[in-house]
Write a protein that binds this ligand. Structure first.
Ligand code: NAP
Length: 241
């Protein structure tokens, strides 16, 4: 039985991906802060699901990850779906710092732990859900877009490092467009996707061991054009929902 660990699986995209792997018969380890949601998920298939309460912003998060790996009897695929994000036009410092703490510091803590584990094991598949928001700095969500860019670059760097060290670790950077989850807080967004559908695309990309993937094709086009916009013009655009 293959083993996947998903951090940030108590709701949204991570939850839907966990559900698919459960249906596929994998041994699934899930984590997040909301214990009652983890327990409810385990009830669906107690022999197949392991749970661990993990807050990625806490220093003991790595120990908790190792505890979960132990419960699962190992880890073949690691998926980090943890993230927070808010529009922050008034630039409240607390929102910016909390976002950096989860999406950059917590991200680094968990991804480096998974890298070290796979290095020791001699193989593994390390995947993260970043976002298309990392393509450009977004005036309405500075910390969110900046931390997503950080995540993209961090995975690029780890992929190169693994190559330099001749480690057979596979990396997948998943970049969705807008998905109807709690993260969007019922705000209105264009081209909204359902998390179930996004999760199916993610599982397909993971099965094919894709290095990076934008979900879905409409966002592939959008990102292509965004990247072509010169900074001078980008700064003068008013991008909001
Ligand atoms: N929704 C979108 O439009 C969209 C688009 C592109 C990318 N993404 C990315 O997709 C990922 C999943 O987000 P989602 O849309 O599925 O939103 P979501 O439903 O809010 O899921 C976020 C998950 O992250 C977990 N989490 C948050 N803070 C955490 C912490 N400190 N420690 C551990 N887990 C934590 C949450 O669990 P607990 O609260 O139980 O801890 C939850 O399971 C995020 O990285 C997000 O940036 C989302």
């Amino acid at each position: 039985m293959k083993r996947i660990i998903i951090i940030g699986a108590t709701s949204g995209i991570g939850y839907e991906v966990a559900n698919i792997y459960r249906q596929l018969g994998w041994h699934v380890g899930v984590a997040g802060r909301r214990l009652e949601r983890l327990e409810a998920f385990k009830e669906q298939a107690p022999g197949q699901i392991e749970i661990q309460q993990i807050d990625v912003t806490q220093v003991d998060a790595v120990d908790q990850l190792h505890r979960l790996i132990e419960k699962l009897g190992g880890m073949d695929l690691f998926l980090l779906s943890t993230g927070i994000g808010s529009q922050n036009r008034t630039l409240l410092t607390d929102i910016e710092l909390a976002t950096v703490n989860t999406n950059a510091i917590g991200f680094t803590r968990m991804v480096t732990a998974a890298y070290h584990y796979f290095k020791e094991q001699g193989n593994g598949h390390l995947a993260v859900i970043s976002s298309i928001a990392g393509t450009k700095g977004l005036g309405i969500a500075p910390a969110y877009s900046a931390t997503k860019c950080f995540q993209n670059t961090y995975i690029d760097a780890l992929a190169q490092l693994a190559h330099m060290e001749k480690l057979p670790i596979t990396f997948t950077d998943i970049r969705p467009g807008f998905v109807k989850t709690d993260l969007l807080k019922n705000d209105k967004y264009p081209l909204l996707m359902r998390p179930e559908k996004v999760a199916r695309r993610i599982v397909r990309a993971l099965n094919h061991k894709k290095r990076s993937v934008v979900i879905d094709w409409r966002y592939v086009i959008l990102v292509f054009f965004w990247k072509l916009i010169p900074e001078y013009i980008w700064e003068r655009l008013s991008i909001h929902n």
